[in-house]
Design a protein around this ligand. Structure first.
Ligand SMILES: *[C@@H]1O[C@H](CO)[C@@H](O)[C@H](O)[C@H]1NC(C)=O
Ligand SMILES: *[C@@H]1O[C@H](CO)[C@@H](O)[C@H](O)[C@H]1NC(C)=O
Length: 200
């Protein structure tokens, strides 16, 4: 069995085996298959993360607020973090969930729709969100989550052309920080799926 693993020549797999006593060798023979997520989806998700991170530094979006000091507000309506956890997290004793491709993609899709709706409804007279985060979010959805109904998105009002209130800026800051955290999870999940590791 050890020899078989060596010929797999996947050092990541070996590391996983070495670091995880519960790993069953018989399950570790790789099935080379392409995930439903292409390499380009890895880039779309990465660009989205960059644009969110960049938006969080735009003081014009948060005037009067020190966004660094604010709490992170996560979208609790989805289970992305647990259903997208890679299989090897089985090692962890309290991990009760198993990676599930369909649930993972469904939950990511729901996150994307949720944040798209929220962001599109924000006052954005200078198009600070519309030309960056919303644009890259739409690119990710259209190219990698084609089952999301674009008519649903089109019905969301276009960028609202008035200045934001203090409460709106405060809320935007917290939600955008949550979106950043969730997008890190989404990046990991898409990378995992795209690499085909989930099918092993
Ligand atoms: C915002 O808060 C952080 C953390 O408390 C602090 O380091 C930073 O200097 C503050 N920025 C401004 C512009 O006040
Ligand atoms: C979004 O992020 C990508 C990657 O960092 C960058 O190339 C692009 O210019 C950003 N888009 C905008 C509009 O800032």
């Amino acid at each position: 069995k050890a020899f078989l693993l060596l010929t797999d020549s996947t050092s990541a797999l070996l590391l996983l085996v070495l670091s995880c006593p519960l790993w069953h060798v018989s399950q570790s023979v790789p099935v080379m298959s392409k995930g439903p997520m292409s390499e380009s989806c890895v880039s779309y998700a990465w660009i989205l993360l960059q644009n969110i991170t960049d938006a969080l530094t735009q003081n014009n979006l948060f005037s009067g607020i020190n966004c660094t000091k604010q709490n992170v507000e996560l979208n609790m309506k989805t289970k992305t973090t647990s259903v997208c956890a890679p299989k090897e997290s089985k090692c962890s004793r309290n991990a009760e969930t198993e990676f599930n491709l369909e649930s993972c993609l469904t939950n990511i899709g729901e996150d994307l729709v949720h944040y798209y709706g929220f962001l599109a409804a924000q006052p954005d007279p200078d198009s600070l969100l519309g030309q960056t985060v919303l644009f890259s979010l739409r690119e990710l959805m259209e190219n990698c989550f084609p089952w999301i109904q674009l008519t649903d998105l089109a019905s969301v009002k276009a960028a609202i052309d008035r200045p934001s209130s203090y409460d709106e800026r405060l809320n935007l800051c917290k939600v955008l920080k949550g979106f950043q955290v969730r997008t890190i999870t989404i990046n990991r999940a898409i990378g995992y799926i795209s690499s085909g590791q989930h099918a092993k």
